[in-house]
Design a protein around this ligand. Structure first.
Ligand code: C2O
Ligand code: CU
Ligand code: CU
Length: 430
């Protein structure tokens, strides 16, 4: 909806409701009366305003994961909205078409709030005119697939961590967009799936039950420069992937998660869900499928950031609820970044528990993984990467040009129990 100034306006009311995630209605949290929230869609150049109403019993925030925007609008833990209060963050979208998402970020409570159902997609739409022959009819051949794992206790959502889990809550019931045992009626020869790992702890290694190939066309921050034809894509919590898969008339294809290679010792892998195979979504093709063109061999320009432009290089070691030996402290700013500048961050999982790494405000590029160039699935725009133990990642990013010495942005492990436990730090733009 556009207001009188041509701004795109959305309304999100966070509240408690009832939803059937499997086995009957149970208490869940969500936006606008739903489990999860609406898919918000806007285009580059648009000014967006979101009217947020907190009808929860607890403080919350809404963080725009993957978005470049002023820190005051970012929905981090410093901008909590109390119960019964509201907020109206507003910013101009200035980044490529992408599958982003939103979720709460109140300090220490993020895992619980996301797990109960507060999350949604935010799509930055393809620029008109620049349209590629990709499936782009939302809900028809362009499908949001928010994947989450749940566990239940006595018909209620069970938000306690499993015995021995090193990562937080792991459930073995899958919901997609809040629906248990999900299937999709496919009516076109090719379908684009926008996968979000919306789980708090579980990593997935997505593929199809028959091992068919698909085209990976996009990652966290937008389309790849060319499609990567593959049979698997691993997503840790918070990561996204866009893929295009082809179906034959009347067939059924099952999207599955194979045991993810967590790159940690057997205990870390087992207690991180590394042994699990889970069916995610059934695609049921109609007897007649509308034609859809092949995925083009070239997608978009992904201009490479140049390390020679970097004005700072930082090293961040993640281990034992700490980053560089320190736990998140709301009153400690870890460092200042020059607004609009390019930096290189070297990040490493130093303790052999599953971790990933997310930076607010930016889409970064992976310069190297263990000294080698990035694999195809890490060659595009990213805001979250899985960190196998001991492997050093070099990331490069250009930060926004929104100086604010008072309100920080976060960087953290996106396994939300780890984030809540303090594996998070803060930077300001100056
Ligand atoms: Cu998706 Cu700091 O979060
Ligand atoms: Cu974020
Ligand atoms: Cu972690």
């Amino acid at each position: 909806e556009l207001d009188d100034d041509g701004h795109r306006v959305f309304d999100l009311a966070a509240g408690v409701g009832q939803h059937d995630l499997g086995g009957g209605p149970m208490e869940t949290w969500g936006y606008n009366g739903d489990y999860l929230g609406p898919t918000l869609r806007a285009s580059r150049g648009e000014q967006v305003t979101v009217n947020i109403d907190n009808q929860l019993p607890d403080p919350t925030t809404v963080h725009w994961h993957g978005m470049g925007l002023p820190a005051a609008m970012d929905g981090g833990p410093h901008t909590a909205i109390g119960p019964g209060e509201s907020a109206a963050p507003s910013w101009r979208i200035d980044q490529p078409a992408a599958t982003l998402w939103y979720h709460p970020h109140p300090h220490g409570e993020t895992e619980q709030q996301v797990y109960r159902g507060l999350a949604g997609l935010f799509l930055i739409e393809d620029e008109p005119g620049a349209a590629l022959p990709l499936p782009d009819e939302y809900g028809v051949d362009d499908i949001p697939v928010v994947v989450q794992d749940k566990q239940f206790d006595d018909g209620e959502l069970d938000a306690s961590a499993n015995f021995l889990s090193g990562v937080g809550i792991l459930g073995d019931s899958i919901v997609v967009n809040g629906t248990p045992s999900p299937y999709l009626d496919v009516t076109t020869e090719r379908v684009r799936l926008r996968l979000l790992n919306g789980s708090t702890a579980r990593s997935y290694d997505f593929g199809f039950a028959d091992d068919r190939r698909f085209a990976l066309i996009g990652t966290d921050g937008g389309l790849l420069s060319e499609p990567h034809h593959t049979t698997r894509v691993m997503l840790s919590p918070g990561e996204r992937a866009e893929l295009v898969v082809e179906l034959a008339p009347a067939e059924t294809a099952t999207l599955r998660s194979y045991p993810p290679e967590l790159g940690v010792n057997a205990y870390g892998s087992r207690f991180g869900g590394g042994d699990d195979t889970l069916d995610i979504l059934q695609l049921r093709a109609a007897d007649q499928l509308a034609p859809r063109p092949e995925v083009p061999t070239d997608l978009v320009e992904v201009p490479r950031l140049d390390p020679a432009e970097a004005v700072a290089t930082r090293s961040l070691q993640l281990g034992g609820s700490h980053i560089n030996g320190q736990r998140m402290d709301m009153s400690r700013i870890d460092f200042a970044v020059t607004a609009g500048s390019v930096e290189v961050w070297r990040v490493q999982n130093a303790d052999g528990t599953p971790h990933n790494f997310h930076i607010h405000d930016v889409q970064f590029q992976v310069l190297s993984v263990g000294g080698a160039g990035p694999p195809p699935e890490l060659a595009g725009w990213k805001d979250t990467v899985y960190l196998p133990a001991g492997v050093s990642f070099e990331l490069i990013a250009r930060f926004s040009d929104y100086p604010d010495p008072d309100i920080p942005y976060m960087f953290h492990c996106h396994l939300l129990r780890h984030e809540d436990d303090g594996m998070m730090g803060q930077f300001v733009l100056v």
